[in-house]
Design a protein around this ligand. Structure first.
Ligand code: ZN
Ligand code: ZN
Length: 921
């Protein structure tokens, strides 16, 4: 039932369970020692009793002596229509309440992190508040907290069950996870204080009667660590889960973590919902949006009926395995008629979904993500298309810009940063809506065809449809071409794209070699002496220190010499640099004199700094969604791939180029400084991760004054003036949402411009013109060539019947068929089409076959007369295959292509053989 997102195939960290089997074992173990793992001070003070659910046997802690866990109690979801608090808090107020409570109790309130998870290369989106503070170092996850203890209103994106959104009353594609995090040393606290705080948050800050609060024993395991957890419920609604990450390793063979962590995550949407008691959480979390959409749809919002219906839905979700079951049962239990279902519930579900999906898009686009067909962008495109399909289906007349405005007006009370992206969000969504309309008719046609063919599609078919035509499985499902989206679809798709990234790395045994002293990060000498520590495979040299820059971050390696022998490649393996020598390698232990190729280094360096300049220029010219996607820097050119929604116009390229050259003219200083990673993130924001994740504790920040800041390990010029000139030589859309810019700078740029000038001069010369008149002369030449073409056409027309007659006369005879063949490297296919056409009209038993050779390619033209007993298309297919190509056509005319020019004669003989066989001669 659930739609699996691309992200779910990645490593799961945060409050996402990975080790289910293991989890049950751990729970059994912990619950067998409740005093040690679960009994916090609060339980004792308040008199909580521990019970085992009479239905599911789970252990829970209660004050009112109930016998069932929250999911099996009588009061489950009874807050709908009858909230347990006297005060009402909507989404905005609920956060204010939470924030002031925790701040009063010694917590630092920090701003949310981006929903696009740039600091982790295994996640596209931030899926839990704890992810904010996780940094991956090698195979280990380390935690970096900017304050202790802290709280954060972290917007999280999850696309795992988007089918539930709008339907269940409580599933969102984005939600606010209230993150309460603490490390139990110094200023932080552990279990007793955490549960005490959460209890008081519910009772004191929200006014919930303490007897309504139930804590359920659970465990959490993932990413190699585990610990006990207490979920807290009020009337069947899980409001939060306090996880105590405490151990690492396998159960029974585990050790206590050096750094224990409290990872309490609570749903802000649920806090608002329980105090409002609305039929669904959607009714109190989107501000005025839902109301607006309701008005446009004309649904009469029968609150009592909805309360009954959604209460049944909420209860049913625990009972039944899939959503259709849940819905059926809720309809029955709440006594809904079919008419009310179609008139009220179905459109309402659509409205909730639109509000949710739009909010998710606002966060994602504001944080720099673009809808596309790749990676996380795919999820964004899907939800936008769901919005559009629903608007169409419900016949809503909505202005998306207006809804975006309402969302941001409401959200900015909690997330003020959204204000500055208002127009960007509208731009991107507007472009995507346009694309949806463009592709709709095409997708409809494809879906219709598939449906009429009654073909069963397997996963590979679906992947092909998606990759080549952009038809998503969700669309196929909506169109009833398929009934379910296979679970393996997204896994396969992401594997497909992942394997492209994997590169074979040569294996070296580097044990015992100390790390190389990197001189290019210090005074960067051109000449230096070093000691040879190891020579591997008789050509890879390890030195104790080096100024040779190793290939990395898209920057090509230095070349040069070691003891006069050429260095042709330099690579880094961990912290050891390998120099590949062409020639005789030095001996181990030898002292060698080394020199790097300054000219090459200077070219590469300029192109590297230029990528930073162009990247920021593009962002200034195009919009905030521009990020570096990847980059490549060589001696004489550079390449920068940026994220952008459309191909660039000439005007845009010119603007980016001019902007970049202004930066050069300003001669801004380029400074490099090491920062502690957390400090760099706090100071400069996540924009520093243009080149991807930095897997080290200290980051090297390359700054072009206030213009550009990036974490980068490459070599750079000292001032932008040294770049001299930046010239963009080519721009191309290389994949959905990614634009490639090729450019030259420094001396290469001058050479490029000179070469262009040369080319123009030689054109001028051959036209017999001069510089001033060049455009006019060119137009003349063009029109001359056009008229020559026209004349040629007329000539062919006039002579074709004569040529055709000659062809008929020289044709070979095979029984009742005449076969004319020619291999032609002078005249073009147009000529043969005219002649062939004429020839079969004159002679109905004729097969006309021309192989037109042009350069390394072959065009195959076949005409078959009405009595030629052969289909032209069939013959073309055979001949093309012989020539290493393909082709086809109908009975009268066929054409194809090939490339194997060595087999031309053979192909003709083969054709003759086929004809002979057919007519039995
Ligand atoms: Zn139970
Ligand atoms: Zn860089």
């Amino acid at each position: 039932m659930a739609i699996r997102s691309a992200q779910s195939t990645f490593l799961n960290i945060g409050q996402v369970d990975t080790q289910k089997m293991n989890k049950e074992e751990i729970l059994a173990k912990f619950s067998s020692e409740p005093d040690r793992y679960y009994k916090v001070k609060l339980f004792e003070e308040q008199g909580f009793i521990r019970k085992s659910c009479s239905v599911c046997k789970r252990f829970f802690w209660t004050l009112d002596g109930r016998n069932q866990c929250p999911e099996h109690s009588d009061d489950t979801y009874s807050f709908i229509g009858n909230p347990p608090t006297s005060k009402r808090f909507d989404y905005t107020d609920a956060w204010r309440q939470v924030e002031s409570f925790f701040v009063k109790n010694g917590h630092t309130s920090i701003s949310r992190y981006p929903v696009v998870c740039r600091w982790r290369d295994d996640l596209y989106f931030t899926i839990a508040s704890i992810v904010d503070f996780q940094r991956v170092m090698g195979s280990k996850v380390v935690f970096e907290f900017p304050a202790n203890p802290l709280i954060v209103p972290q917007t999280c994106l999850r696309f795992k069950d988007i089918e539930n959104v709008g339907v269940t009353g409580r599933h969102f594609s984005s939600f606010c996870m209230i993150g309460q995090h603490s490390i139990p040393n110094g200023s932080g606290y552990w279990k007793d204080e955490c549960v005490d705080l959460d209890f008081r948050l519910l009772t004191d800050a929200f006014g919930i009667n303490k007897s309504e609060i139930v804590f359920v024993e659970d465990v959490w395991a993932g990413g190699g660590s585990f610990g006990s957890s207490l979920e807290y419920y009020v009337r069947g609604l899980e409001l939060g889960n306090a996880v105590f990450t405490e151990f690492q390793g396998e159960l029974g063979n585990h050790t206590t973590l050096d750094q224990r962590i409290i990872d309490m995550g609570a749903g802000l949407e649920r806090f608002a919902w329980i105090t409002m008691g609305t039929p669904t959480a959607y009714d109190c979390c989107f501000g005025p949006i839902t109301e607006k959409l309701l008005q446009k749809s004309g649904i009469d919002f029968d609150s009592l009926m909805l309360t009954r219906y959604f209460t049944e839905i909420a209860k049913g979700l625990e009972k039944y395995p899939d959503l259709s079951h849940v819905r059926r049962s809720a309809i029955k239990e709440s006594g809904l008629t079919d008419d009310k279902m179609t008139r009220i519930i179905t459109p309402l579900e659509g409205i909730y979904m639109i509000a949710d999906h739009l909010r998710t898009l606002i966060f994602a686009i504001s944080d720099g993500a673009l809808p596309s067909n790749v990676g996380g962008g795919y999820n964004l495109r899907i939800i936008l298309r769901r919005i559009m399909a629903t608007i169409d289906r419900l016949g809503l007349r909505v202005d998306l810009d207006e809804l975006i405005d309402s969302h941001i007006d409401y959200l900015k009370k909690t997330y003020p940063e959204l204000e500055q992206y208002r127009s960007e969000v509208k731009t991107i969504i507007g472009i995507e809506v346009g694309r949806y309309h463009e592709s709709k008719s095409r997708m409809e046609k494809i879906a219709q065809n598939l449906k009429s063919q009654k073909k069963t599609l397997n996963v590979d078919d679906m992947i092909r449809l998606y990759e080549s035509d952009g038809v998503t499985p969700d669309y196929l499902k909506e169109y009833n071409v398929i009934s379910e989206i296979p679970d393996s679809f997204y896994t396969k798709l992401s594997d497909l794209h992942q394997s492209e990234k994997k590169k074979a790395v040569e294996e070296f045994d580097l044990t015992g070699i100390p790390e190389t002293d990197l001189l290019f990060y210090k005074d960067d000498p051109v000449k230096f002496d070093a000691k040879v520590l190891r020579v591997l495979k008789s050509k890879f040299v390890v030195l104790d220190r080096t100024s040779f820059y190793a290939r990395g971050g898209g920057q090509e390696p230095d070349h040069g010499s070691i003891n006069g022998q050429s260095v042709i490649d330099v690579t880094k393996h961990g912290s050891i640099v390998l120099h590949e020598i062409s020639g005789i390698a030095p001996k181990e232990g030898q002292l060698v004199s080394c020199e790097i190729d300054v000219d090459r280094r200077s070219g590469i360096t300029k192109h590297h700094t230029s990528t930073h300049v162009i990247n920021s220029s593009a962002r200034n010219v195009l919009g905030s969604w521009v990020w570096q996607h990847s980059a490549f820097k060589e001696k004489d050119y550079g390449r920068l791939d940026i994220t952008h929604h459309s191909s660039l116009t000439d005007e845009e390229i010119r603007k980016i180029e001019s902007f970049a050259n202004t930066v050069i003219q300003k001669n801004l200083p380029v400074t490099i400084q090491e920062y502690e990673r957390g400090q760099a993130e706090q100071t400069f924001g996540f924009r520093i991760y243009q080149g991807g994740v930095v897997p080290v504790k200290s980051v090297r920040i390359v700054r072009i004054e206030d213009f550009d800041v990036e974490a980068c390990g490459g070599t750079h010029v000292r001032r932008t003036g040294e770049l001299g000139l930046i010239k963009i030589t080519k721009s191309e859309r290389i994949q959905d949402g990614v634009i490639r810019l090729e450019f030259v700078s420094g001396r290469s740029a001058i050479e490029f411009v000179q070469k262009q000038e040369e080319d123009i001069m030689s054109i001028i010369k051959s036209l017999g013109s001069n510089r001033e008149k060049i455009i006019k002369s060119f137009e003349h030449a063009m029109s001359d060539s056009e008229s020559a073409k026209k004349k040629l056409k007329q000539l062919i027309k006039r002579t074709s019947s004569t040529v055709a007659r000659q062809a008929i006369e020289s044709a070979k005879r095979f029984g009742p068929i005449k076969f004319y063949s020619t291999i032609d490297d002078e005249l073009d296919e147009e000529f043969h089409i005219a002649v062939g056409e004429d020839a079969i009209r004159q002679e109905p038993t004729l097969l006309y076959c021309a192989l037109v050779v042009r350069g390394s390619g072959i065009r195959i033209i076949v005409f078959a007369g009405e009595q030629a007993q052969f289909k032209a298309g069939d013959l073309v297919k055979e001949i093309s295959a012989k020539l290493g190509g393909s082709g086809g056509g109908d009975a009268r005319f066929g054409q194809g292509g090939g490339k194997d020019t060595a087999r031309l004669a053979e192909a003709i003989s083969y054709a003759e053989l086929l004809i002979k066989k057919t007519v039995n001669v």
